[in-house]
Design a protein around this ligand. Structure first.
Ligand SMILES: Cc1ncc(COP(=O)(O)O)c(C=O)c1O
Length: 386
């Protein structure tokens, strides 16, 4: 072989099955070949296992999908290129022309944007309700046949806890599917509830290191047939290298999540007693009206805190500006602590009544708590509040 042929057909190196690597390699290959034409054809017809093209399936992606599905106490998972893609594709896969869905004022804004901007163009209508208004949810479900509701717990950014048992009961009784965006609570949480579909931003706690954008849709076999087909049709797959980094991040997922919750509880307690703080929203605090529900459902308060500073927006902005360790950045669930000022967590798509439900004021500040030493984090907050 000439060099230019050899470099395009390098020697094959095999690893014996009794001599595996401890960390699975990245299958950074778009294509998988078959020695026999007949086997390639059988694979194409679904008559045998295997891989052909990484947009459709890839061993590195498959390993991560299996890990995530098991963590979430389900059987099936499909990876997407971002958390928003997971939300968008789950909704598009499960809705059709004429359907109605419920979204919530307290939740992540882009979820409502998918309903407003994308689904509406395909004849899917939506209602925006409050996650606390169980009577209103029931009334809507009874008045309007509803295909699905998509909610969060805790909600981002205001950290309300959804009553998952009650929401599932209401949904089931009215033939409505439930989708839980479980990004804030984490992959280990809420699997015990009869939620039909989980969506996650893996960009947050799963990867944890702030260097990958990815999402996942997790469910049981039946619904996933539809969802996987839709994701493949839309072509929103994840790159194997990104999947490898998330799989690597997951090794410390439990430790990171636990530390983040411990730090968050200590910080929420500190903020609650500070003279410059008006109110603290953190479900891990005993004073939080939903503390018992949070403990029952999640067993912790999570790693995000939203609090109102005394004064006005300029005070809130000055505080954010003074922080040194807490970095001014969107996103959450990283190893580093982050902060967002009121103007960057306001939900601009909501009307006046819905804004009241959402509960974000011009003094609300969101903190995503990292895994740094608690003394350093509190010292930073202390100096900025002073
Ligand atoms: C609750 C929630 N869901 C979904 C997303 C979207 O994730 P991504 O940035 O990976 O698209 C976010 C991002 O902040 C989020 O907070």
């Amino acid at each position: 072989m000439k060099i230019d042929t050899l470099t395009n057909h390098p020697p094959t190196v095999t690893v014996a099955v009794d001599n595996p690597p401890l960390v699975a390699p990245i299958y950074q290959s778009v294509k998988f070949t078959f020695d026999e034409l007949e086997e390639a054809q059988r694979h194409a017809q679904g008559a045998r296992e295997g891989y052909a093209y990484s947009r459709i399936d890839n061993p590195t992606l498959r390993q991560l999908e299996l890990t995530l599905a098991t963590m979430q106490d389900r059987t099936h998972c499909v990876l997407t290129s971002s958390g928003v893609a997971a939300i968008s594709l789950a909704l598009q896969a499960l809705c059709k022309l004429g359907d109605h869905i419920i979204v919530f004022a307290e939740g992540y804004g882009p979820t409502r944007a998918v309903a407003r901007r994308v689904l509406s163009r395909f004849g899917v209508t939506h209602s925006i309700l409050s996650i606390e208004d169980l009577a209103g949810i029931e009334k809507t479900l009874k008045a309007t046949p509803t295909r699905l509701m998509i909610f969060e717990s805790p909600t981002n950014p205001i950290l309300k806890i959804a009553d998952i048992t009650r929401l599932c009961e209401l949904a089931k009784a009215n033939g409505c599917l439930t989708i839980l965006d479980n990004t804030l609570a984490g992959l280990h949480a809420h699997g015990q509830y009869p939620i039909d579909v989980f969506v996650h931003s893996l960009t947050k706690y799963a990867n944890g290191h702030g260097d990958v954008t990815a999402g996942a849709i997790i469910s049981n076999a039946e619904l996933m047939k539809t969802v996987r087909g839709e994701v493949l049709a839309m072509g929103v797959s994840l790159d194997p290298h990104a999947a490898f980094l998330i799989q690597r991040g997951l090794k410390t997922y439990a430790l990171r999540y636990e530390r983040s919750c411990e730090n968050a509880l200590a910080i929420a307690t500190f903020l609650e007693s500070h003279a410059m703080v008006e109110s603290v929203r953190y479900p891990g605090l005993k004073s939080n009206s939903q503390h018992a529900l949070a403990m029952q459902q999640m067993g912790n308060g999570g790693g995000v805190i939203t609090f109102d500073i005394k004064g006005d927006e300029s005070k809130a902005n000055a505080f954010v500006q003074k922080l040194k360790l807490f970095k001014l950045a969107s996103s959450l669930g990283s190893t580093e602590s982050l902060v967002l000022p009121p103007s960057m967590i306001q939900a601009r798509d909501l009307n006046t009544e819905q804004r009241l439900w959402a509960g974000i004021t011009d003094r609300s500040i969101r903190l995503s708590i990292g895994i740094e030493h608690i003394d350093d984090l509190i010292a930073d907050l202390q100096q900025a509040l002073s």
